[in-house]
Design a protein around this ligand. Structure first.
Ligand SMILES: Nc1ncnc2c1ncn2[C@@H]1O[C@H](COP(=O)(O)OP(=O)(O)OP(=O)(O)O)[C@@H](O)[C@H]1O
Length: 322
């Protein structure tokens, strides 16, 4: 469990993180999202005792990092995959780390296997590819069998097989009851692995919610229906507060009716349906919509539109912090 309360970090005049409170719970993968410069790395560094909060505090498993006697066994972290002694072999690097916490050589070989590094464990880390470095970083994070795992951009440099491996690994770690907290700029990847989100912008909390609610809140309330009898179906569904637009010969876009209502109305009239789909935006679209005002630097050819969009307004209603 990670609990941040009123976490604030200033660098001189610059406020990197401001009054940030959130909880990452055991048993789920929590994605930590935010535009560039939103304060994610600073927050992760404070969780790991690498930066001292200006105000507030953050605890892992109820403890501040600096109060842990066996940090490697409490919280495993991957922040900078390249920050290892490049002259050592992967196994020796892990053995040296293990010795600082009285962790057995057997556990070292276990995590080498888990990370898929068995064939290269004797090779110098200096010759490792970015993907192998990531795997070694993840092996280091898991060495102490910690209840909480924090990973900054864990799929960085991994090939498709490696990405699938880490996706399965993170889900497995959460299923075992661990707290998994990770940042990534790859929204499609985050949508596949995380079930909960903490979203920050300009150092402040924007949202703390499930991925499903985050996407639902940003999605228009539209159902797409395809039927060979679109005209009688349209007549059957017409009513107060219902908008129906024909977008093709056999296709209708409907707002104001649920999937169930449409399905039941079609059945009652003996109308066949070929498709009945609630329109959902991608996590990337929801993220872009919600964080548009929190982006520090916009590309000059894509200025931020003024005012809140419908998506952002509805996101605020779904337990999303203002
Ligand atoms: N040591 C520092 N001194 C001054 N400003 C800093 C320092 N570290 C971070 N910042 C500033 O604090 C803000 C938050 O930075 P941080 O690296 O935490 O963001 P981030 O969300 O991790 O960004 P990215 O997605 O680009 O990695 C940025 O504006 C950054 O320039």
């Amino acid at each position: 469990m990670i609990e941040a309360r009123g976490l604030t970090k200033r660098y001189g005049e610059k406020v990197a993180v401001e009054d940030l409170s959130f909880t990452a719970r055991p048993g789920v993968v929590t994605g930590f999202l935010g535009p560039n410069g939103a304060g994610k790395s600073t927050t992760m560094r404070m969780i790991l005792g690498l930066d001292r909060p200006t105000r507030g505090e953050v605890r892992v498993n109820g403890l501040r990092y600096q109060d842990m006697t066996d940090p490697l066994c409490q919280v495993g972290a991957l922040l900078e995959a390249r920050a290892v002694h490049t002259g050592r072999s992967a196994r020796n690097h892990l053995l040296a780390l293990a010795q600082t916490h009285g962790i057995s050589a057997r556990r070292v070989d276990e995590v080498i296997g888990l990370a898929g590094l068995t064939d290269v464990a004797g090779r110098r880390v200096g010759g490792f590819s970015l993907g192998m470095g990531q795997r070694l970083g993840i092996a280091s994070a898991l060495l102490g069998d910690p209840a909480t795992i924090i990973l900054d951009e864990p799929v960085n440099g991994l090939d498709p097989e490696g990405i699938r491996w880490i996706r399965n690994l993170l889900s497995q770690l959460a299923t075992e009851g661990r707290t998994v907290f990770l940042s990534s700029h790859l929204m499609s990847e985050m949508a596949l692995v995380a079930t909960h989100l903490v979203v920050v912008g300009r150092g402040r909390l924007i949202a703390q919610t499930s991925v499903a609610d985050f996407i639902a809140a940003a999605s228009p309330n539209t159902v797409r229906v395809r039927s060979p009898q679109a005209i009688p179906l349209r007549e059957a569904l017409a009513g107060h507060g219902v908008t129906i637009t024909a977008t093709g010969e056999d296709t209708l876009e409907i707002t104001g009716r649920t999937n169930e209502e449409i399905g039941e109305a079609a059945r009652a009239c003996g109308i066949a349906l070929y498709e009945l789909t609630r329109h959902q935006v991608s996590l990337e679209d929801a993220f872009m919509d919600l964080t548009r005002d929190a982006v520090e630097y916009h590309a000059t050819n894509a200025p931020a539109p003024a005012g809140a969009s419908a998506g952002r307004r509805s996101a605020a209603h779904a337990g999303v912090a203002a």
